[in-house]
Design a protein around this ligand. Structure first.
Ligand code: ZN
Length: 1085
């Protein structure tokens, strides 16, 4: 058994299901882009090897870098994955970064062969109309984000004096010859009419030559945000005061506003020894409103808030100049409350009545006012320890949790011909740099002094000159730039959507196909994109079916390829078509698809071949592949066998088969990533589908995984509704293409081990073929050099992407945190939810690379170790009990919640796919949503009142307090709503008030509550309105749609409801109080 803490897993994982460490980089074709500042790696970090305290099992969880970090290959770059030496599994062979081998073996093509000359059967890239593709705007042209297609040159901005105009002409100078170049446009072959063939002969002539796809290719995507740093074009090209208005600013907003969640600290009233049932929580101040801010608006930047007010009197120092005053700022403001000693064994009611807010870093007000929103950027420790050894003492993990592409209600957007960045480390100028004078600024990450470009001297907001510190870039911790052409390796790709649909007998049985087709029909005009948007469809069972949708056809043509071993594209240039030009054919197809396979008896599933075909189709452009699968693929490449033994589910001490059975899906995902293709997987199945294997296709291509267990159009209406709602969001949400994200931090800190769905292209550059607003990421960090002389450190995440309108954009988030030198200050700044979220990610990795029981022990040890350290090193007065600082008072509860979470629980029958899906979710969900999965919220809803209610869009939303997750909080007379993230339960007590039954559920008695009720009837009563308002408001807070199950006490679903009662004892798991006793025992050993 491994004796290392969680962190020994850093960067591991080639071939592992979940770990996504930087070491697995078969297509790292770029040298690690220079980060520009040297990092001396602490060579001799000794992970906490010996466990002094704690139960047998993995030893102390050690925070920090956990393993000696081998020096990076280049001193100027981040270290290579520290954990490489720890790999215990064979590495997946280095992949060709391109397509799987494609043989040229002949394929019989009895039908349609004459329509496709051999030369075309060799997959040349689909015909991308070069005119439409290349007239894309040079990205420095500003276009209003919500305006019409931006493919025009705005003369106002077209000619900033020092723009390199040549580069703006398509194809850009940096554009590598993409595979689109140079292919003659094949003449459209004469097409047969609709050719649905019952006997499905193989189609098409043999490919006569090996595919002409480009080889490995320099990462086909954009340069990393620092990958190929363009030479800064700064110095004095602009004559005179020449601010030629090359800038414009806009507030762009989107749906789903953020939700600040301040709330009162928890009350602590109860005591364990006496726990009367029906124990009452005290009332607490109403929770602060979470305003969904659903409306969209675009307003000029100048009307936006200007949070930072510089003292009048000229170009004073930038905000970061305030840092000297930090010295005066002691940690007094670090809320004594955070360090208040709490005896967990005595204080019972620890939960705040409203969602737990993120702690506020202990910074001066001026800095904090400018800081990044915790909804976007959060650190497990809001006070950064000065040294690694101090971090090690705290036994808390150090890491960042990000939600980088979150829909924001307000986002300043800057168009500028010069994006000001540090010449040394390529950091974007941000609110936390310091201005030495008007002409020079000092980087807050590497401390290099840089010149202020002439253009930056002009402030378009105030329309004044000489105030660089007032520029929006220096006033906003989150900002978006329209990138100049230097940030492109090729013209921005169009929005391309390919749908890959399972049409086997099993799939047709579930009825999903008609829901999908109808959803796409309903939302087809809301797909993000512009006039260049392309769509295509592939369906599959034992064969692969393509659809010719070329303009001019009277109806869609189905083309069947039955040689799944040697997949090729029958008519490569008419399968992905311009949506605007071919919308009618697309609509025809969507209307006829469900009927087309109505009677199919084909049970086999050649998913692997379908994915290969889809990859070929998308390779030339990149884009999004949406895959719908309803069963275990059992034919051809990527075929899988069932690995789950239902009888073992509950009894097994450990869980097997959490890692993929084959590397086929991972390899294909890496090929996709190399061609800027992301794969989203919708799994709808009642049977085991081996998500551990299939999920790799999304995980490594930066896709999303959706899972609808037991999906059936008749038997499972709740899942159907969920699927419909999720699809709507999925089809219409923002999307960024060919994206990369880089996270930088102040010199001395080092980032390692990333969590989420992506591929690590170089040590710190995440490749994201698609980025969506619902994806979260986490990274672990260590402290490589002492931060002695620093008062603050900064972190910057830069996401470079192509918008659906073909603009290259860069979204930059910068967070600033104080550095502290005492252990108590480290503890005072702990963000218990962020710590929990990061530990969950680490535990998922550990479950896969080691074992589930190892991961469980490590989580328990994390609580033991940190509380033990707190007791030994922070508390001056020893007292009995299990003591925690108030800021960590929920830590043991959250750890216990993780142990009982579907991902990690034992002793309960948990389907393997559901477990694996929960693991995916924990790593992929932004923290706010992951926390609901970990620790659901419980509300009493039979007595909702308007007291303290929110008023949102003329809707009154009651705000009941959050209850502890224990059956003792339930009452037979009541009704309780449990919000567990993806699912909600409304439990009706046996003696529930008649009023609630009739006014909310519309039934006359408890017995009349239907067994499978999954919606609240719309009754015209105050009670009904309140309850529905609460439920829909909760749903509105998240980008996915949780099902609602209304259950009686004897409902089949009751066990699911009760499993979330984390504080209670179950057959196989401790109660919260027992768990606390266990921790105390270990700590006082
Ligand atoms: Zn720098």
């Amino acid at each position: 058994m491994s004796t290392a803490g969680f962190n020994s897993q850093n960067g591991t994982g080639t071939g592992q299901t979940y770990t996504n460490g930087p070491s697995q980089n078969p297509v790292a074709l770029q040298p690690p882009p220079g980060v520009g500042y040297g990092m001396n790696h602490q060579p001799a970090y000794n992970p906490m090897q010996a466990k002094v305290l704690g139960p047998p099992g993995p030893p102390l969880y050690a925070s920090g870098p956990y393993q000696p970090v081998p020096p990076g290959p280049q001193s100027g770059s981040y270290p290579v994955a520290p954990a490489q030496p720890l790999l215990t599994r064979p590495q997946i062979g280095v992949l060709p970064s391109h397509t799987p081998p494609q043989s040229a073996s002949p394929v019989p093509g009895p039908r349609l062969a004459q329509t496709t000359p051999p030369a075309q059967a060799t997959p040349p890239p689909p015909a991308v109309t070069s005119t439409s593709y290349y007239t894309g705007p040079p990205a420095w042209q500003y276009a209003a984000p919500r305006g019409p297609a931006p493919n025009h040159v705005n003369p106002a901005v077209a000619a900033p004096p020092h723009m390199s105009h040549g580069s703006a002409q398509p194809p850009g100078p940096g554009a590598p010859p993409t595979s689109i170049h140079g292919y003659p446009q094949p003449a459209p072959p004469p097409m047969p009419l609709h050719t649905y063939q019952p006997n499905r002969p193989a189609y098409g002539p043999p490919p006569t030559a090996p595919p002409t796809m480009k080889p490995a290719a320099p990462p086909a995507g954009p340069p990393g945000t620092t990958g190929t740093p363009p030479p800064p074009k700064v110095d004095g090209d602009v004559a005179g005061n020449g601010p030629q208005a090359p800038n414009s600013y806009n507030h762009v907003d989107t749906r789903m506003a953020g939700a600040a969640q301040p709330g009162p600290p928890g009350r602590h009233l109860g005591h364990y020894p006496s726990l009367p049932p029906g124990y009452q929580n005290t009332s607490a101040p109403p929770p602060a409103p979470l305003h969904p801010a659903l409306q969209a608006a675009t307003q000029p930047y100048t009307q936006g808030p200007q949070p930072y007010q510089q003292q009048p009197g000229g170009p004073g120092p930038g905000p970061a100049q305030l840092s000297p005053s930090m010295a005066a700022m002691s940690l007094q403001s670090s809320t004594p409350e955070a360090l208040r000693v709490v005896n967990l064994l005595q204080e019972r009611n620890l939960l705040p009545s409203a969602p737990v807010p993120a702690p506020t870093p202990c910074l001066t007000q001026d800095l904090q006012k400018l800081n990044c929103s915790p909804e976007v950027f959060r650190c497990t420790l809001t006070s950064i320890p000065q040294t690694q050894s101090l971090l090690n003492k705290a036994k808390l993990p150090l890491g960042l949790l990000l939600h980088p592409f979150k829909d924001l209600s307000q986002l300043p957007v800057v168009t500028s011909s010069t994006i000001v960045r540090c010449r040394s480390c390529r950091t974007y100028i941000n609110p936390f740099v310091s201005f030495l004078d008007q002409r020079r600024w000092k980087c807050n990450l590497c401390y290099r002094v840089n010149d202020v470009p002439e253009e930056f001297m002009y402030n378009p907001v105030s329309r004044s000159y000489g105030e660089p510190h007032k520029r929006p870039e220096v006033q906003n911790a989150t900002i978006e730039f329209i990138a100049p052409s230097e940030y492109m390796l090729r013209p921005p790709q169009p929005a391309v959507y390919l749908f890959v649909l399972d049409v086997s007998h099993n799939a047709v049985e579930t009825g999903y196909l008609s829901v999908f087709c109808q959803s796409l029909l309903d939302n087809i005009n809301a797909l993000p994109g512009d006039s260049r948007t392309k769509v295509g469809f592939i369906t599959f069972d034992s064969t692969i079916h393509f659809y010719n949708l070329q303009e001019g056809l009277s109806q869609p043509q189905m083309l069947i390829v039955s040689d799944i071993e040697d997949i090729f594209l029958p008519t490569p240039d008419s399968l992905l078509v311009n949506l605007n030009e071919c919308k009618e054919l697309v609509q025809d197809l969507l209307k006829s698809l469900p009927n087309l396979f109505e009677k199919t008896m084909e049970t086999q599933s050649a998913l692997g071949s379908a994915l290969q075909a889809a990859f070929k189709l998308l390779s030339p452009t990149g884009g999004r592949m949406s895959v719908f699968q309803t069963q275990l693929p059992n034919l051809g490449v990527g075929a899988l066998q069932s690995r789950e033994d239902p009888n073992q589910r509950a009894s097994a001490k450990d869980v097997q088969h959490l890692s993929p059975a084959t590397d086929f899906y991972k390899k294909l995902a890496l090929d996709c990533s190399g061609q800027q293709v992301a794969v989203d997987l919708f799994l709808l199945s009642a049977q085991y589908c081996d998500l551990a294997s299939l999920g790799c296709i999304s995980r490594f291509s930066a896709g999303s995984v959706y899972y609808y267990p037991s999906y059936h159009h008749q038997h499972n209406p709740a899942q159907v509704e969920r699927f419909q709602r999720d699809l709507k969001r999925y089809l219409t949400r923002k999307i960024g293409f060919e994206a990369v994200m880089r996270i930088r931090c102040t010199k001395g800190l080092s980032i390692h081990t990333f969590h989420g769905n992506f591929f690590v292209r170089s040590t710190d550059l995440l490749s994201l073929p698609n980025v969506n607003p619902d994806a979260g990421f986490a990274v672990q960090m260590s402290i490589e050099e002492n931060l002695d002389d620093m008062q603050v450190v900064s972190f910057q995440a830069a996401l470079l992407y192509t918008s659906s309108k073909g603009e290259r954009r860069i979204r930059v988030h910068t967070m600033c945190l104080p550095v502290v030198s005492s252990l108590s200050d480290v503890f005072a700044g702990a963000d218990v939810q962020a710590v929990t979220g990061l530990l969950a990610c680490m535990a998922v990795d550990r479950s896969v690379t080691s074992s589930l029981s190892d991961a469980r022990d490590a989580m328990t040890n994390a609580a033991i170790d940190s509380l033990s350290s707190y007791r030994q090193s922070v508390l001056t007065i020893q007292q009995p009990g299990l003591l925690a600082p108030a800021c960590l008072r929920l830590f043991p509860l959250y750890i216990l919640a993780l142990l009982k979470q579907k991902a990690f629980r034992t002793g309960t029958s948990t389907r393997l796919d559901e477990r694996v899906f929960a693991m995916y979710q924990l790593k992929y969900q932004p923290l706010a949503f992951a926390m609901l999965m970990i620790h659901p919220a419980l509300y009493r809803v039979d007595d909702l009142s308007d007291e303290g209610a929110l008023n949102i869009s003329e809707r009154t939303v009651p705000q009941p307090r959050v209850l502890q997750l224990s059956v003792e909080k339930l009452s037979r007379e009541g009704a309780f709503l449990m919000d567990a993230g993806l699912v909600m339960y409304l439990w009706i007590g046996r003696n529930c008030h008649q009023n609630f039954l009739s006014q909310v559920l519309g039934v006359s008695s408890y017995a009349a509550v239907p067994e499978k009720l999954c919606f609240l009837p719309e009754l015209d009563t105050a009670e009904s309105q309140r309850t529905r308002a609460l439920v829909s408001w909760l749903r509105d807070q998240r980008p996915f749609f949780p099902s609602l199950h209304i259950i009686r006490d004897e409902s089949q679903l009751k066990p699911h409801f009760l499993q979330n009662m984390i504080e209670d004892r179950t057959e196989s798991a401790l109660s919260y109080y027992e768990f606390l006793l266990h921790l105390q025992q270990q700590i006082s050993k």
